[in-house]
Design a protein around this ligand. Structure first.
Ligand code: PRP
Ligand code: URA
Length: 211
């Protein structure tokens, strides 16, 4: 894992291999969803590495022993639509987590996020929140989501994306300070339409076949 401040680039052969297939324009939606989900779980595994646990006594068929349980409730919050491609796989990894949803899309001209739906569970402020969205491009959507989650009382936020642009990382740092980012790659730059280069194209369209 390569780390720069709070940006963790999870560089792993399995992720590198799958990410290459994800980028390939000929990868069809069903395969794309499978790959994105798998990478998402691997990123979530790293993003949750430092979660607190506390001792818990259990009885094995042989004797009493002390195990561990997660200390705080975990909430997964995908940004719709594309975040859904990740969220289910991360939920399978952490089945005890509760899921919230934030609906946002980018205004294609201004590139600013339009907030159209929110549903956050009551527990969201009581433990770590995994904010999941495959693309961190201008950073507008992630910044809006972080602000909203902070207003809801969240203090432990971690952003899991698939590909980040340097512009988005810088914007998130400036606007939100200390939110850790877990990503499979930091790409070159954005094009003049706010798409990541080389990127993977439109994540939502590729996940749901809506090109
Ligand atoms: C994509 C992506 C992010 C956003 C990133 O969503 O899933 O939410 O763009 O761009 P930004 O960093 O410049 O804000 P999109 O607007 O395409 O909506 P969709 O998921 O509904 O397709
Ligand atoms: N949203 C996407 O889906 N892809 C990009 O490259 C940028 C924003």
């Amino acid at each position: 894992m390569a780390s720069c401040d709070l940006t963790h680039i999870i560089d792993h052969p399995l992720i590198r291999h799958d990410l290459t297939l994800v980028r390939d324009r000929d990868t069809p939606p069903a395969r794309f969803r499978e790959l994105v989900g798998r990478i998402g779980s691997l990123l979530a595994y790293e993003a949750t590495r430092d979660l607190q646990t506390e001792p818990m006594d259990i009885v094995t068929p042989m004797q009493l022993c002390t195990g561990a349980k997660l200390s705080k409730p975990i909430t997964i919050v995908p940004i719709l639509r594309a975040g859904l491609g990740y969220a289910e796989a991360i939920h399978r990894l952490i089945p005890g987590a509760v899921m919230g949803h934030l609906g946002m899309y980018r205004d294609e001209v201004k590139l600013s996020p339009v907030d159209y739906y929110r549903s956050l569970p009551r527990q969201v402020s009581q433990g770590p929140v995994l904010l999941v969205d495959p693309m961190l491009a201008t950073g507008g959507s992630a910044i809006a989501a972080v602000k909203l989650l902070r207003e809801a009382g969240c203090t432990d936020l971690r952003l899991i994306c698939l590909i980040a642009a340097p512009e988005g990382i810088n914007a998130l740092r400036q606007a939100c300070g200390d939110v850790p980012i877990y990503t499979a790659a930091v790409d070159e730059k954005l094009n003049d339409k706010g798409y990541i280069l080389p990127g993977l194209g439109d994540a939502g369209d590729r996940l749901f076949g809506t090109v």
